[in-house]
Structure formats: structure tokens, C-alpha cells
Design a protein around this ligand. Structure first.
Ligand code: FAD
Length: 403
């Protein structure tokens, strides 16, 4: 039987895992194309250099996309335990935190890439670095062209190009362009797991302040999502895990705003009586210094400016209505969102290749033998290891279909 030639575009978790799995068939000739000078650049940076590789509590609820059945099908192909065992066969051991986030035992993403480099070292896998595939056509076979106009022919093609998030590591839209040339449509792409840009009053004073907060996202003034996690004020707007997570639910076609409760663990009335108490106890003390007992100095600076409070003011000068205003501000801090902080800074992209136009095995319904996997699809996972897991699960389903 003549060898089957398979091209994989992109050496991220989806492309690498596809090559490893397909190489089990010695009759397959596999070529893995990567435009960067090394494989797995996003793996290296992921999880702050530790690589949050999967999550013990994977479920469909951790994902958004236009075809929920497809997501379910892909996830059913690879459970946490199956991935863990498979990684062990490659020599990579992982450990999980209480919240399910799982990392290599070394807590270093370099371990993951090194193990993958070993696993790709097979006689029937050829990895071609620093080569970008720019065009694919189908006649009898698939004809690929790279950025040096070199041509190649293959029987099957797996598009694992990823999204346009984080261009410095290779994020680009070439996967979408190739899919479009085969008649596929692209669901609106949008930066996700990213900070937001907003013109916040006294932002310069607040920049660098971080606090666990409850964030309510309103789209067109309608409550869309509530989350409690860190919010970090930056020089462009807001960042922090809570903000990252909630960006997945924003709809940039409409007006988005946040209402942030900076003290979700303390009831508003309790907080008010705390401030009122310390004021009464220390009547002649400075109001600004007294607030230090309950608030971060950056919040105090903002409050003093916003409410035009004289820095010499004593506690006995402070009226109750001012306390109410301060408390209202801290419990309903409104942020009108101008934009996300862009693909340049986003971990992933919402949207992508329309997953209603592909089969349950991730094969194009427009061109037989062409497959799409990982982030190039219009599927996005939450922060916590879900995106890399989805990329691996895509590889499992695609390779099972080709094998
Ligand atoms: C800063 C950061 C931190 C992250 N942390 C985590 C985390 O801890 N856990 C998690 O689950 N997810 C994390 N993610 C998201 C995760 O990295 C991606 O979702 C995942 O890597 C997607 O895998 P993929 O194989 O689909 O695509 P990618 O990993 O994006 O790989 C695609 C590859 O294709 C190459 N390529 C693109 N076009 C071409 C072309 N035309 N020709 C040749 N090569 C091409 C690219 O250079 C790239 O190497 C993080 C992302 C970022 C940016």
C-alpha cells in the first residue's frame, strides 16, 4: 500500500499531538509545518511559564462556540484521565491543584515542549520550521504553497494554525484565510481572556491597585454575567483574572459596562458601620489617615480627589452623606468599556472557523480530507487549562478519524 502523506499546519498543542498520534501508523508520512523557529511557543508562555496544560474538571460548561454538540463530541474523545495517562506514556507527569488546574510536575512549560520534541523524533515525522503555509488548493490531492513559493502535495491536511491572538508568538489569521478559500465562513473573531480599555476617572491614581472583587458585566444595560476574582487597575483600564474571564461574555457590537463591588466579602452595611465606628472613636484624627485602617492607599487617594476632601479634614468634619457616597462608589464602581486590550495581548480569540460547517470528526464538510482543530475553530474555553485541553482533544478525534 502506498504511504499516505499528511500535512499538519502549525506546531501548537493540536498540531504536535496530531503528529505524535498519527505517527503510530508506519505507513503515514507526516509533515509538520511551523512558521516559528521552534515548536510550541504558546505552550512555553502559557500559565505564566508553568503551562496549565489541562483541568481535572473539564466540562462543556467551560466552553463557548456555535456548535455545542461538536464541542461535546470533541471533549468526549479525551477525558482528563485519558490525557494524563497518554502524557505519561510520553514521559510527562502532571499534578493538579484543588481547583483542577493541572501543570507538569516540574511546574515548567519547557518540560512539556522538551517531551514533545522527543516524541516528534520519529522516522515518519518531518518537522519543517520557519516555513509558513500561505495557500492550499485541492485538485486530486492537496497542493500547499509556502512563503518561499515552494510547493508540496498531500492526501490529507490538518489546519492547526491557531487564532490571531498574541501575534508575537505566531498568532495570525492564515487558518481563517485558507478555510475561506474552501468555502468556509468565519464566526466573528474577538480578543478574549484579555484586559479592557476604559477611560476611568483618576486611573493614574489607581493604576497598580489589585483587589478580589465581584464584577457584573452589563451588555446594553442588561446584566450578562457576574464573576468574583482579581481586578487589577492598569494604565489603560483593567486587567486581572476576573476581568480576563469575563471578557469572554462581552459583545463588542453593543455597549458594555462593568459594575464592580470592591468588597464582595463584606456586607455594605457592615462596611459602613466599620468606617462610622473608626470615625467616631477618633474624632480629632485625620480622615485620610483613618481610612488607612480599611482601604488601600490608592483607593484613599482616589476618594480624596473625587470627593474634593481637604487633606487636613478631621473625622469630626465628615458628614454621613459623604460616607454613603464613598461606600456607594466602592460597592458599585462603574466602568464604561471602550474596547478590549486587543489581540496583541489576548490569550485566545472568540470566534473562528464556523464549527457548523465541519463533521463530528472535525473534517471539512466542504472538502474531504481537510481537518480543523484547536483554536482555529470558533470554540473558546475559559482560563484554567481548558484551551490546551481542547487543542489536544481535537488532535485525538482527527487522528482517530484518519488512522
Ligand atoms: C500568554 C498566553 C497564556 C496562555 N495560557 C494558557 C494556559 O495556561 N492554559 C491553556 O489551556 N491555554 C493557555 N493559552 C491558550 C493556548 O495557548 C491556546 O489556546 C493553544 O495553544 C491553542 O493551541 P493550537 O494548537 O490550536 O494553536 P497554537 O498553539 O496557537 O499553535 C498554532 C501554531 O501554528 C503556527 N502557524 C500559524 N499559521 C501558520 C502557517 N500559515 N504556517 C505555518 N505555521 C503556522 C503558529 O506559529 C503556532 O505555533 C494561553 C495563551 C497565551 C497567548
Amino acid at each position: 500500500m502506498p504511504n499516505k502523506k499528511i500535512a499538519i499546519i502549525g506546531a501548537g498543542p493540536c498540531g504536535i499531538m496530531s503528529a505524535i498520534l498519527l505517527s503510530k501508523n508506519p505507513n503515514f508520512d507526516i509533515t509538520l509545518f511551523e512558521q516559528n523557529d521552534k515548536i510550541g511557543k504558546k505552550i512555553l508562555i502559557s500559565g505564566n511559564g508553568k503551562c496549565n496544560i489541562t483541568n481535572k474538571y473539564i466540562s462543556i460548561d467551560n466552553y463557548q462556540g456555535s456548535n455545542q454538540n461538536l464541542i461535546k463530541n470533541v471533549l468526549n474523545k479525551l477525558s482528563f484521565q485519558e490525557l494524563k495517562s497518554h502524557l505519561e506514556t510520553l514521559g510527562l507527569y502532571i499534578h493538579s491543584k484543588e481547583n483542577g488546574q493541572s501543570y507538569p510536575l516540574s511546574d515548567s512549560s519547557a518540560s512539556v515542549v522538551n517531551v514533545f520534541m522527543n516524541a516528534l523524533n520519529k522516522p515518519n515525522i518531518k518537522t519543517i520550521l520557519e516555513t509558513k503555509i500561505t495557500n492550499i488548493k485541492k485538485n486530486k490531492t492537496y497542493e500547499l504553497k509556502d512563503d518561499n513559493n515552494k510547493k508540496y502535495t498531500f492526501d490529507n491536511v490538518i489546519l492547526a494554525n491557531g487564532s490571531n491572538a498574541y501575534p508575537v508568538l505566531g498568532g495570525n489569521s492564515s487558518g481563517y484565510e485558507i478555510a475561506k478559500s474552501f468555502g468556509h465562513t468565519i464566526k466573528n473573531t474577538m480578543p478574549s481572556l484579555v484586559g479592557i480599555e476604559a477611560n476611568i476617572e483618576y486611573l493614574k491614581l489607581l493604576s497598580g491597585f489589585k483587589q478580589k472583587s465581584e464584577i457584573k458585566l452589563f451588555v446594553n444595560n442588561k446584566l450578562s454575567k457576574t464573576m468574583t476574582a482579581d481586578v487589577l487597575f492598569t494604565n489603560y483600564g483593567l486587567s486581572g483574572f476576573g476581568v480576563f474571564d469575563i471578557t469572554q461574555y462581552m459583545d463588542l457590537k453593543h455597549k458594555n459596562h462593568f459594575e464592580i463591588n470592591l468588597f464582595p466579602e463584606i456586607k455594605k452595611e457592615e462596611f459602613k458601620s466599620m468606617i462610622s465606628n473608626i470615625i467616631v472613636i477618633n474624632k480629632d484624627a485625620s480622615f485620610e489617615l483613618t481610612l488607612s485602617g480599611v482601604l488601600h492607599k490608592k483607593l484613599i487617594k482616589m476618594i480624596i480627589k473625587k470627593f474634593n476632601i481637604n487633606s487636613e479634614s478631621k473625622n469630626k468634619d465628615i458628614k454621613e452623606y459623604l460616607i454613603d457616597k464613598i461606600i456607594d462608589l466602592l460597592y458599585r464602581f462603574r466602568v464604561d468599556i471602550d474596547n478590549t486590550h486587543g489581540f496583541k495581548h489576548s490569550e485566545v480569540s472568540n470566534g473562528g472557523i464556523n464549527s457548523n460547517e465541519i463533521s463530528n470528526t472535525l473534517e471539512s464538510l466542504k472538502s474531504k480530507g481537510l481537518y480543523f482543530g484547536g483554536e482555529v475553530l470558533d470554540v473558546v474555553g475559559q482560563r484554567g487549562g481548558y484551551n490546551i485541553h481542547f487543542a489536544f482533544a481535537s488532535a485525538f478525534i482527527i487522528s482517530a478519524s484518519i488512522l
